[in-house]
Design a protein around this ligand. Structure first.
Ligand SMILES: CC(C)CCC[C@@H](C)[C@H]1CC[C@H]2[C@@H]3CC=C4C[C@@H](O[C@@H]5O[C@H](CO)[C@@H](O)[C@H](O)[C@H]5O)CC[C@]4(C)[C@H]3CC[C@]12C
Length: 866
């Protein structure tokens, strides 16, 4: 049982579990080998609460007045972008995605594109062109079951609860009360009890997202393993048919040049066959492939093409007649065309059998929106760039004993000999939030021969290597700030999310750091209007960390800082977040080359940062606007958030100075740290917590949930484990006020709380809850021994998002107590992995000094195939 609950299913802390997602399930069947942990929902479930995206009308009068200039400038910019340039804005405030409470685990590995299936089985969210999302359910993409007894079809059903107006020749409307979905990413199960048939189907969907594996994790494939349980006293012949239509439901699908062909591939004694759907688009052509493994006593048959229009009765009759499809040879040319694959087997009485399908797609070469450069996806290293890889991809993937690898991922969370057993909701959060590593518009490419990561300052001139070994070997990685906030590697947010990468794919985390470091030394002097201030300033200044590495609809890496709300050269957190990540990564990976390469960049950004200490007291000041990740929440003078990040950065600079044996640097940062710490305590500590800022405004003593972010990073880096009375007192105040005095303690921590216990409504972001921030706060609490408080805070967010608001696999950046959310499918919640690091660290304080610490943290690298 869930360790947080007592026998009445009530949480120890008095919270009634909100998990009623299975209340409509009427069957007793629980499927084949479906794990206990994960996110489970009956297909008949309806979420009662329907939230709306944050819009201008949700802004209070005082905030409207504050943002009128931005509103007008944004409107002008938006008009030019959409109506003149005919491009999609990097944030479309007028067309926020409405909430669709439908999403489930995405298909595909990392960086090769993703296709998301809904929890009711629909194929509904498409990201084949890198970073660009298309939200459309393609009705004809389905699995259909056919049961035959004694040579007669007795049951044929589309495994979908939908009753669409098209494809009327198919038998729709499967009864959702007899099925449930269970996700533990990168796996998901759907259990269908077939009413009146005494048959239960369990479909297990697996994508190759495997820690420390840099080969199989890059593959654009997924398998569907169907387990068929026949509880009758007679044998049945069972076929499953997989139908896929070309395209993604986009209007461009109808453009000409698509063609389908059947294939059969046999090697190493194993065979697969299926249908290839070739998409001959002018931009980013690709082939989609549905395949099945040929095994003894399984019959594979296909239909090369069917028209997904009208009733589509002929395909239905083809299957119902004999449980197999016609299997014509030859190709088929059509603009809008579907393909079908059926696999059949016999299932003896009181017995079970399995069938396997694979979906693969091969888009080896990509261009981004500007079409200036061609990029090669990572998986081509193993499968070539010719665009003919899908048969081999499906062949490889069928043979790949993926379960063993995926289990390791599950294992990593449990294998930490916990003092406290981990609650069930936490395991679901930990694995299911990981979806964003693949489904964050993620792109993973090879570093081209002529690329220069160093930003033009080569190592021989005291800069970075042009082609750092880790980037050359492991490729370039980028993921979006959010599916709706279309900027790659937004760095102030990646700070939180980076825990997932550094713990599970550390080479990718380092690769991102090299790209950012290269951009630090670059500049783009082009003047442009920044929408918040209304002032013109350069796109990118030298020696500062960029906000992001670009928009996939433009030319990322080449043109950074797609974000033009603020000029982020003056942001106070970006440079510090770079330094803190460098040290944390060095601590976890013990990579000395990385330390040596990053050290000069750290010094350069710290030099830039020092300019923000205007009064020379050793502590930086904020500039009276929203100059950090809370980009709608003004800060003036020394502040808890940026001041804390600054002191933590000075601390790690001292550590790194010692590692690179630079006594002079050490003394310099040590002096700043001593003076800055004294100023920090004097100006901000009020006996219970650090004040939001030191502006002396009415609201400067608000309690910020994220005030200990700097200390969090010290702890994650193996530092700061002395007596930190003030931090513990502050965390206690945050728990009492931001968590327990907000929404009955059930929704995590509000960003800003007044000491008297009402949310700070002075800005558009202070009364929001940022899920990723709460997971980071929970990690800090765990590091400080406040396990129950940390778990309670994080649980509120998980249950709100996954169980109450129906936002599975699209965790947003933010929600308010009532009514609204902001920015669906967002990067920051990946910080849940920081909780895992904290749990492991606090249990394994005996740290080896010179080995790679990731293995020790329960993330075994022994499983790596690379
Ligand atoms: C006259 C009108 C009626 C007034 C309308 C006001 C609105 C246009 C603005 C009021 C609040 C603004 C939003 C505040 C925050 C935003 C987030 C930002 O991007 C990313 O946000 C992350 C924080 O969530 C941050 O950490 C990342 O670094 C950023 O990349 C984008 C702008 C905005 C949505 C902002 C837009 C304008 C308002 C809605």
């Amino acid at each position: 049982t869930d360790s947080c609950k007592d026998s009445q299913n009530t949480c120890k802390w008095g919270e009634k579990s909100t998990a009623d997602l299975m209340s409509r399930y009427v069957s007793k069947e629980m499927g084949y080998e479906v794990p206990k942990e994960g996110w489970r929902i009956c297909l008949a479930h309806e979420f009662k609460e329907k939230r709306k995206p944050f819009q201008a009308k949700d802004v209070s009068l005082s905030n409207v007045l504050e943002h009128v200039g931005l509103g007008i400038r944004y409107l002008k910019w938006w008009y030019k972008k959409t109506q003149v340039e005919k491009k999609a804005p990097f944030i479309d405030m007028f067309r926020a995605q409405p909430l669709r409470q439908i999403y489930g685990a995405p298909l595909g590995g990392i960086g090769g594109g993703t296709i998301t299936r809904g929890w009711r089985g629909e194929f509904c969210r498409w990201q084949l062109n890198p970073g660009m999302y298309h939200y459309k359910t393609v009705t004809a993409n389905q699995f259909t079951v056919c049961l035959r007894r004694g040579g007669q079809t007795v049951y044929q059903q589309v495994l979908s609860v939908e009753r669409p107006p098209t494809l009327q020749g198919w038998n729709w409307g499967y009864c959702g009360e007899y099925a449930f979905y269970h996700a533990l990413y990168p796996r998901a199960w759907t259990v269908y009890h077939l009413p009146g048939q005494n048959v239960t189907l369990t479909c297990r969907q697996v994508s190759p997202v495997i820690p420390h594996d840099y080969q199989d994790s890059s593959l654009p494939v997924a398998v569907f393993v169907w387990d068929i349980e026949n509880k009758n006293d007679y044998a049945l012949d069972v076929s499953i048919m997989f139908t896929m239509v070309n395209g993604s439901g986009h209007k461009d699908d109808k453009s000409g040049g698509h063609w389908n062909e059947p294939f059969h591939l046999e090697k190493e004694g194993e065979a697969v066959s299926g249908v290839l759907l070739h998409h001959c688009t002018t931009v980013n052509p690709y082939t989609l492939c549905i395949a099945a493994r040929e095994q003894p006593d399984r019959e594979v048959s296909h239909q090369t093409a069917f028209s997904p229009k009208g009733t589509c009765s002929s395909l239905w009759s083809d299957l119902i007649t004999d449980g197999r499809l016609d299997s014509p040879t030859g190709q088929c040319l059509k603009t809008k065309v579907g393909a079908a694959l059926a696999v059949g087997c016999s299932v003896p009485a009181q017995s079970r059998n399995t069938l396997e399908f694979c979906l693969a797609w091969d888009m080896p070469k990509i261009t981004f929106g500007s079409r200036e450069r061609e990029h090669i996806r990572r998986y081509t290293r193993y499968f070539g760039t010719k665009g003919d890889a899908s048969p081999s991809l499906s062949h490889y993937f069928h043979l790949f004993i993926i379960e063993d690898f995926v289990r390791v991922l599950a294992f990593s969370a449990y294998d930490c000999s916990p003092q406290h057993s981990l609650p069930s909701w936490y395991k679901s959060a930990l694995f299911n939030e990981l979806y964003f590593v693949a489904d964050g518009g993620t792109v993973w490419t090879e570093l081209s021969e002529d690329a220069d990561v160093s930003g033009g300052v080569r190592s021989e001139n005291g800069g970075l290597p042009a082609q750092p070994a880790v980037v050359k070997e492991y490729g370039r990685f980028a993921y979006l700030e959010g599916q709706e906030y279309r900027m790659y590697n937004t760095y102030d947010v990646h700070f939180y999310a980076s825990f997932a990468l550094i713990m599970l794919w550390p080479k990718l985390a380092l690769s991102v750091q090299y790209d950012i470091a290269g951009s630090v030394v670059q500049q783009d002097p082009t003047e442009r209007l920044h929408l918040m201030s209304g002032r013109y300033s350069p796109v990118k200044s030298k020696n500062v960390v960029p906000h992001d590495i670009g928009d996939p609809d433009d030319e990322p890496w080449q043109r950074v800082n797609a974000y033009l709300i603020h000029d982020t050269a003056d942001w106070k957190d970006l440079n510090l977040k770079f330094v803190l990540q460098v040290y944390r990564d060095v601590h976890l990976t013990q990579d000395n080359q990385y330390l040596r390469d990053m050290w000069p960049v750290c010094q350069a950004v710290m030099e830039s940062e020092l300019k923000f200490d205007l009064d020379g007291d050793g502590l930086i000041e904020n500039s009276g606007y929203a100059d950090q990740t809370y980009d709608g929440w003004t800060v003036t003078g020394p502040s808890a958030y940026c001041g804390g990040l600054w002191l933590a950065s000075l601390c790690v600079m001292c550590k790194m100075a010692r590692l690179v044996e630079s006594e002079e640097s050490y003394q310099r940062y040590r002096d700043l740290l001593d003076r800055g710490s004294a100023a920090f305590d004097k100006l901000l500590w009020n006996g219970k917590y650090y004040n939001y800022d030191s502006s002396g405004r009415d609201l400067s003593n608000s309690v910020m949930s994220d005030q200990c972010a700097g200390h969090w990073f010290l702890r994650a880096s193996g530092l700061g484990d002395g007596e930190y009375q003030k931090i513990q007192t502050a965390l206690k105040s945050i728990f009492d006020l931001n968590v327990m005095s907000f929404a009955g303690g059930q929704m995590g921590a509000v960003n800003g709380m007044r000491p008297e216990g009402v949310p700070d409504r002075s800005s558009v972001q202070s009364d929001e809850v940022w899920i990723g921030v709460v997971y980071g706060l929970a990690a800090t609490m765990i590091h400080e021994g406040m396990w129950e408080e940390g778990m309670r805070s994080a649980e509120g967010c998980y249950r709100t998002v996954w169980e109450r608001l129906g936002m599975a696999f699209q965790t947003p950046e933010a929600y308010c107590e009532k009514g609204i959310y902001r920015s669906l499918a967002y990067m920051r919640p990946l910080s849940v992995w920081a909780m895992q690091l904290a749990l492991n660290t606090s249990q394994k304080s005996q740290t080896p000094s010179s080995t790679n610490r990731l293995a020790m943290y329960g993330v075994s690298q022994a499983v790596s195939k690379s």
